[in-house]
Design a protein around this ligand. Structure first.
Ligand SMILES: [Zn+2]
Length: 269
């Protein structure tokens, strides 16, 4: 198997024993999870998850989701209110346009509901696994188009095929952006207690280099990182004045609220 980001060779990174973890009961039939790391870009994948059949993978996600919803899990949820504020600020400055937007794999639509209630912004949600929440504007798969803004929050760490990543990118219009909430590090540690490997549904781990490669392959020019929202905005096109717009936002807020780079903002080193 070759790296699904750069086609480099994988080497074994480590094996994690989930029978010792908080989530051991969810991994009862495959307690030992093997991780492999690309020698070129550092992208790290769970071979064990990648080999699961679709039914087992789906069952694991449903069980994990039920556990999270029960409130017994120690997992951190995405910083939804900070994401909403970021989206409002980026829209107000014309960095993104909210007329054509989707929250891809947006689950119960928490971000969508916050945006509507507190910011009067409409965020339709695509979610293949659940569509039960009242008051959330769900889009059916057959109705998906291309969008100027494609949001995916806590998704990249759940994908283990190249097609899954390309499918999201395929929804971004030629002048659009992809907003990504995940953890990206300089190098995935050989540490089975690393927090991001705790949830048994996390099977893909990106590095600054793998994200830069994805941007190059998908032809994104620039990115913005917003630390409070833990989000990157990957931009297909960056207007010449964008850097000064970002500087203006930071000046207005009197803090380094947004970071801009022509390329991937390698914030976490
Ligand atoms: Zn690679």
């Amino acid at each position: 198997m070759k790296c699904l980001i750069c086609k480099g060779d994988y080497a074994p990174l480590m094996t994690k024993d989930f029978s010792k973890s908080h989530y051991g009961f969810l991994m009862r039939d495959t307690p030992l999870v093997h991780y492999i790391k690309c020698a070129v870009c550092g992208f790290t994948l769970s071979e064990t998850h990648a080999a699961m059949d679709a039914a087992r993978w789906s069952e694991l996600n449903v069980e994990f989701h039920d556990y999270i919803e029960s409130g017994r899990s120690p997992i951190n949820q995405p910083p939804y209110i900070d994401q909403a504020v970021m989206l409002r600020i980026l829209s107000a400055h014309g960095v993104i346009t909210f007329d054509s937007v989707v929250d891809y794999a947006g689950g119960h639509g928490t971000l969508s509901r916050i945006l509507r209630k507190y910011f009067d912004m409409r965020l339709p949600v695509f979610e293949p696994y659940m569509q039960a929440s009242d008051g959330v504007d769900y889009i059916a798969e057959r109705d998906l188009q291309t969008y100027d803004v494609v949001i995916n929050s806590a998704l990249f760490e759940h994908l283990f095929t190249r097609d899954a990543f390309d499918k999201i990118n395929g929804l971004v219009s030629s002048r659009g952006c992809m907003i990504v909430h995940t953890v990206v590090c300089e190098s995935v540690p050989r540490d089975e207690n690393w927090f991001y490997m705790d949830p048994p549904v996390h099977c893909a781990f990106h590095t600054n280099k793998s994200m830069q490669l994805l941007m190059d392959q998908w032809q994104y020019e620039a990115s913005i990182y917003c630390p409070p929202a833990r989000c990157w905005v990957l931009l297909k096109k960056a207007s010449p004045d964008l850097e000064s717009v970002i500087a203006g936002v930071n000046n207005e807020l009197q803090k380094e609220y947004l970071l801009f780079k022509r390329g991937f903002v390698d914030y976490w080193k």
